[in-house]
Design a binder for this molecule. Structure first.
Ligand SMILES: [Zn+2]
Length: 456
């Protein structure tokens, strides 16, 4: 079916609705009564549900954990799983990350790619099918989470407290085109140790992001040693310092990236620890630096933790240190490992615990997800692949194996489908996250076709 005209006619309101939703700073905040993940994620959920309602769909809010937007009739249901929460903005933006600016054929803002843009696109795809009166056998339900970027508490509540009817087939538009049939297991954990010495060391913002900045305060008499260590670095431009009141503050600039593609980033914490290891520091800071370099270092694949492994599909275990901070007399690291689909997450958990014995660091799981695997020759994969190929003409891109974690692994018969196109620059979780309108139009074309094929 050809919906070219309908698609063109909604491009402007679609872009505006994405922009409006991206202006809500829906980073997880402090829980409040009736708002389990803080005010902003709840606000984003309300705004998305309101948009669905305005389009004439049925909506439901489950205690500000999760919401539904549903259309159509039929016994069976097609599910679309996404989320309205976002990661913090981080540094290095050329635009206001919460401004929803539309300029030069792009929408700029946190959430344009991940995941507000894709969700609003799916709603418009549903609207186009409904308005055209296309007969469909299955209902279509968009499921909106509010806590995806941190610990998936929304989906947990949804599946175990709400216990909803589950879709027959589903996809999560929270990754890339064409499609991801296998997603690695995931283990996010904290390592903490109480410290008595006053210390300032900080860096990063989330488990699943490669830290783009880090800082530490040292004694000013270390200036010469620092200069020497910086001069010997492979990339001295990463480091800068200033001295005030006899304190030397070292700042490190890395390159942010999603933990699922940590090879594309440069971990500011790891490079700071490497630099510090070449300086004559002492006390607790030295212990922390030694621990870091013995267990993490600048390697990416868990070599020093003793958990490096891969499977026959080509998946290789990764280990990201996403954050370090000192609070209330305790130093904490946030760690994130992606684990090959055929290796049990528990096996890696045990190895990490074993390795940490006797170090004084306590280990606590923050989030644990088993892998996703839907066979490449399944009806779901072939239907979605065909929809993508028909619209884009791209017959080369193949179903993928990924380190990313989407909601598709939380229910059966669900894969990750969209929305980053092969020629689209990935700015998810990074500075200057943006969405070109020409790509948005392709997204909408693919979603109209995909939803039609799954629901007809
Ligand atoms: Zn996402």
């Amino acid at each position: 079916m050809d919906f070219t005209k309908e698609i063109k006619s909604v491009m402007e309101p679609l872009a505006k609705d994405i922009s409006a939703l991206c202006q809500i700073k829906s980073v997880e905040g402090e829980a409040k009564p009736g708002m389990p993940f803080g005010e902003e994620p709840a606000k984003a959920l309300h705004a998305a549900l309101e948009l669905g309602e305005k389009m004439g769909f049925r909506t439901e809010n489950f205690d500000n954990y999760v919401g539904h937007i549903e259309m159509g009739e039929g016994e069976e249901m097609v599910g679309i799983l996404g989320h309205v929460d976002v990661v913090p903005a981080g540094d290095g933006w050329d635009f206001d990350p919460w401004g929803g600016v539309i300029a030069d054929g792009k929408i700029y803002g946190r959430g344009t790619l991940d995941d507000k843009g894709p969700l609003v696109t799916c709603l418009y795809a549903m609207k186009i099918l409904r308005d055209a009166g296309v007969p469909l056998k299955r209902r279509i339900r968009v499921i909106l989470g509010t806590n995806e970027e941190t610990n998936w508490g929304c989906m947990d509540y949804y599946l175990h407290q709400v216990k909803p009817e589950l879709p027959t087939v589903a996809f999560s538009p929270d990754s890339q085109f064409p499609l991801t049939y296998a997603e690695m297991g995931m283990l996010q954990y904290t390592l903490s140790k109480s410290i008595t010495e006053k210390m300032h060391i900080a860096g990063g913002s989330a488990f699943n992001s490669v830290p783009s900045s880090a800082e530490v305060v040292l004694s000013a008499d270390l200036e010469e040693a620092l200069k020497a260590a910086m001069a010997e670095s492979e990339d001295p431009a990463m480091f800068a310092y200033e001295i005030e009141n006899n304190e030397l503050k070292l700042t490190v600039k890395g390159v942010g990236a999603h933990a699922a593609h940590l090879q594309e980033g440069k971990n500011a914490i790891s490079h700071m620890m490497e630099l510090l290891s070449r300086m004559p520091i002492g006390g607790t800071l030295k212990e922390v630096v030694d621990f870091y370099n013995q267990h993490f270092g600048t390697c990416l694949f868990g070599e020093k933790m003793g958990i490096a492994t891969e499977d026959e599909d080509g998946g290789k275990l990764t280990l990201n240190i996403g954050k370090v901070f000192v609070k209330d007399g305790s130093l904490t690291f946030w760690c994130d490992s992606r684990i090959p689909v055929r290796i049990p997450v528990e096996e890696i958990e045990e190895k990490v615990k074993e390795k940490l014995q006797g170090t004084g660091y306590s280990f606590a799981v923050a989030s644990k997800e088993n892998s996703l695997y839907v066979p490449k020759d399944s009806k779901l994969v072939s239907t979605l692949m065909e929809a993508y190929r028909t619209v884009t003409g791209d017959r080369e891109s193949q179903p993928m194996y990924s380190g990313g974690a989407t909601y598709s692994r939380t229910i059966n018969n669900c894969v990750a489908f969209g929305c980053l196109l092969p020629d689209q620059i990935d700015t998810m979780h990074q500075a200057n996250e943006c969405l070109a309108l020409k790509h948005l139009e392709v997204w909408l074309q693919v979603m109209v076709e995909a939803i039609y094929q799954l629901a007809k």
